[in-house]
Ligand binder design. Structure first.
Ligand code: NAP
Length: 436
């Protein structure tokens, strides 16, 4: 019998466990370890609560968790409760699937002012992540800004702009739903340091902006090069740009009070205010011959009492694991970090791609493991049994998938009408729900 540990129960972790299970069948036991008693990682804490269809992928992960030979070990923080070296003693191979939960820094003056939050924190707040449940983003002003032109920036801007009626059918947590409903924010400026042809937003997500009940996109027609420039774009990007061109041509819908203002060629230089964020100092840019943003020297102010920085994520370093500082992920070669130590997903590739991108990624790493470690005896490695013995000496009480089912049942029972669940946002509440 072989023993494999997959650290992290988001998409990368579950697809890897699924692939390892298919490869080894009954000849291996696979433990999916998570620091929380609740699984799904990015699907629970990252995917926007008004995109429930994307969250449905968790059903597939449940099937994997229900498979004989696959177990979930929750409430265990690798790096704190157990080290990587200890896991490598207990398991034939360890796969790190811990995602990229940290916000990249802007590196500009004023980014630590109250009122400036990273998108991981803001998304975590409305998605019930226990680390960010008490963020209290300042929603009392009329102007907010989101820095970045990716899909996460779009998620944040959309959630700020939707009505209670539009949000309440999803699994946004009550504290965020109430705070957003009470908020007077009516202008959300989305700052991109480059132009409309360089956005990282996808057509489906951009298209949604045309159908928001009380908010309308505002795009300046003067920001676009001639239409022929779109011909060089790949089809998805061309579609995104054509949506922006439509928004620019049609103008904002005057019946809608909230404006989602696309400010292109806009590079934040500093965030200023009297003890809290009040405005962003922005430099107008132009593109050089390689489509990089170059400052023009012209500056202006964008008022914002809430500034959400959405410029990408990084994987935190872990003791004993080589780390790529520049890339913000583990140093690896096609997913291999060292002998018997692998990584998948954003911890491997950096924070790009959709949930589905993690499937081939997990399968590829599982195939490498299969090639390197033949089915057979585990050389005395004790897997879950050894891990649980070790954890009991450290007063760590792991949870399993049955515990998650109990939590899930309570969350479902507590849901407001029309919503699939009301998430617990405190680790203590998860543990209480399973009698700990
Ligand atoms: P992203 O797609 O990499 O976008 C990051 C954005 O930040 C880019 O526009 C980038 O501009 C900008 N940026 C980086 N550094 C900056 C700086 N110092 N100042 C100003 N702007 C800066 O990352 P993301 O939005 O975090 O998304 C992560 C991944 O998740 C993406 O693959 C995304 O598509 C995916 N995702 C998908 C969905 C969905 O399918 N519904 C939803 C959310 C996220 P430059 O281009 O100029 O570098």
């Amino acid at each position: 019998m072989r023993h494999f540990a997959v650290v992290g129960s988001g998409p990368g972790g579950f697809y890897t466990a699924e692939a390892l299970n298919k490869a080894y069948g009954e000849a291996a036991r696979i433990d999916i370890i998570d620091r929380y008693p609740v699984p799904y990682g990015l699907v629970r804490f990252g995917v926007a609560p008004d995109h429930q269809s994307l969250k449905a992928v968790s059903k597939r992960y449940d099937t994997t968790a229900d498979t004989a030979g696959v177990d979930f070990i929750g409430n265990v923080t690798v790096g704190r409760d157990v080290s990587i070296a200890e896991l490598l003693d207990l398991y034939d191979a360890v796969v790190l699937a811990i995602g990229a939960p940290h916000d990249r820094k802007l590196g500009i003056a004023g980014e630590d002012l109250p009122g400036v939050v990273g998108s991981a924190a803001f998304v975590g707040w409305y998605n019930g992540h226990p680390e960010f449940a008490h963020l209290h983003p300042p929603l009392g002003g009329t102007h907010a800004a989101v820095i970045g032109n990716g899909n996460v920036a779009l998620d944040c801007a959309r959630i700020l702009s939707k009505t209670r009626g539009e949000l309440q059918g999803g699994d946004i947590v009550n504290h965020a739903l109430d705070a957003l409903e009470a908020s007077p924010v009516r202008t959300v400026t989305i700052l991109g340091r480059r132009g409309p042809l360089q956005i990282s937003m996808t057509p489906k997500e951009l298209g949604e902006l045309g159908h928001i009940e009380a908010a309308t996109p505002v795009v300046d027609p003067a920001d676009f090069p001639d239409a022929e420039a779109d011909e060089a774009l790949e089809p998805g990007q061309r579609k995104s740009v054509s949506l922006l061109r439509d928004y620019a041509a049609n103008g904002p819908d005057p019946s809608k009070p909230t404006l989602m203002v696309f400010d292109f060629y806009a590079k934040p230089l500093a965030i200023e205010g009297d003890g809290k964020a009040e405005r962003i100092i922005v430099e107008r840019t132009r593109l050089d011959e390689n489509d990089r943003a170059v400052g023009t020297g012209e500056t202006y102010e964008v008022p914002a009492s809430l500034v959400i920085s959405s410029i990408g994520y990084s994987t935190p370093p872990m003791e004993g694991v080589p780390y790529d500082e520049r890339g913000g992920r583990f140093l690896n070669e096609n997913g291999k970090i060292a002998d018997r130590l692998y990584c998948v997903g954003w911890a491997r590739r950096g924070p790009t791609g959709t949930i589905g991108t993690n499937r081939p990624d997990g399968y590829e790493v599982a195939a490498q493991i299969e090639a390197a470690i033949a089915a057979g005896s585990s050389d005395g490695r004790k897997g879950a049994e050894g891990l649980k013995t070790l954890l009991s000496t450290r007063d760590v009480m792991p949870t399993d998938y049955d515990d998650w089912r109990k939590i899930e049942q309570t969350e479902t029972a507590n849901a407001r009408p029309g919503s699939p669940r009301e998430k617990f946002v405190r680790v203590e509440d998860w543990l209480k729900a399973v009698g700990r």
